[in-house]
Design a protein around this ligand. Structure first.
Ligand code: TXA
Ligand code: MG
Length: 324
């Protein structure tokens, strides 16, 4: 019997290119998470991204390009800061918000005056972008509000029922190595502001630009900054220490709940890489509660804490508090 993977998962760049040129959707591997890509200059194809994701239309999409040489037309001006960051961080996990150019349509920017640009480092997707030539609009390839995908299997699990074999594809490039979404820095404001934490932290950007950089505060303009996001079905509970986590797991089990502890604080790089697979695993195992020990808020630990806080916010909202 054919599995749903037949006709969707591929490692063939020619197939991916053909689908994109014909207005299809292709899930692309990146070093951060898998993206759901369409030709950014085909409005119908971009429109289907929102349908497949179940995402509100006014949420802007990042345009993925091969590199600094490919941003002509996507932005109306390239400030020196963008050249500096592009030279040092691209291809890599950094998205820059810049004034939009004529190629960036309202469908992509959600009608905003800015466009988010990123050159991903995954070799397969880098080659795809070089051969494609244009820009690929791509959000993370998960249903809106849910856990991001870091493998082709995750994408298949989430989106198989919405993708059409022969029209769309999932390009399999193995597991994502960074594991959390790109850092987003807004270069249209003074000083530059980090809107979403990622592998490249605000200190590093500040060092590269030799200027102060503001961290995200107050209501952000990025949808990934919604309070609840990255939500698994199980309740995510945050703990500041292993001891606190163990107490919480014991209490949950005493209540008859399937609960477990996740502690990857000894290796934050691995913790980021496996974060979304760990959250998905908790659901696959049917856990009611996953108690996670938070890493220190430095480097990529800031991004891990950000995603976990949002994963936990959803559960806290959905369920009556067990703590009274
Ligand atoms: O690592 C990543 O950035 C991944 C991979 C696929 O590149 N993409 C990703 O896309 O995380 P998405 O759509 O899940 O998250 C992008 C975030 C959203 O919160 C969106 O609102 C924000 O970036 N964004 C994009 N363009 C923007 C703009 N012009 N102004 C403000 N926020 C923007
Ligand atoms: Mg996302």
């Amino acid at each position: 019997m054919p599995s749903p993977a037949d006709g969707l998962i591929t490692t063939d760049l020619d197939v991916a290119l053909d689908r994109l040129r014909h207005g299809g959707l292709v899930a692309i591997p990146t070093e951060t998470v898998y993206g759901l890509a369409a030709d950014a200059e085909q409005p119908d194809a971009v429109g289907r991204i929102f349908e497949v994701k179940g995402r509100p239309r006014d949420h802007p999409l990042i345009v993925h390009v091969a590199g600094l040489d490919a941003i002509d037309g996507w932005t109306s001006s390239v400030p020196e800061a963008a050249r500096t960051l592009g030279r040092t961080c691209w291809p890599g996990p950094l998205t820059m918000l810049l004034p939009r150019g004529e190629r960036a349509t309202d469908a992509v920017t959600g009608g905003r005056p800015t466009v988010g640009l990123r050159a991903p480092a995954h070799p397969l997707t880098h080659e795809l972008l070089e051969r494609f030539g244009g820009g690929l609009a791509a959000p993370s390839a998960n249903r809106f509000g849910k856990v991001s995908p870091t493998s082709a299997e995750h994408v298949l699990h989430d989106l198989a029922e919405f993708l059409v074999p022969g029209r769309d594809a999932i390009l399999d490039g193995g597991p994502s190595l960074v594991g959390v979404e790109s850092t987003i820095v807004d270069l249209t404001v003074e000083p530059p502001q980090v809107l979403r934490a990622g592998a490249i932290d605000a200190d590093e950007i500040g060092r590269l630009l030799a200027t102060a950089v503001a961290e995200a505060t107050g209501p952000s303009r990025a949808s990934g900054m919604l309070e609840a996001h990255y939500e698994p079905d199980c309740l995510v509970v945050l703990a500041d220490s292993v001891e606190a986590a163990e107490r919480r797991v014991d209490a949950a089990r005493a209540d008859g709940l399937a609960a477990d502890l996740l502690d990857r604080t000894d290796d934050v790089v691995l913790a980021a890489q496996l974060l979304y697979a760990d959250l998905r695993d908790a659901d696959r195992r049917g856990l009611a509660e996953l108690v996670v020990v938070l890493p220190p808020a430095t480097g990529i630990g800031v991004a891990i804490r950000d995603r976990l806080t949002k994963a936990a916010a959803g559960g806290a909202r959905r369920r009556p508090s067990r703590d009274g």
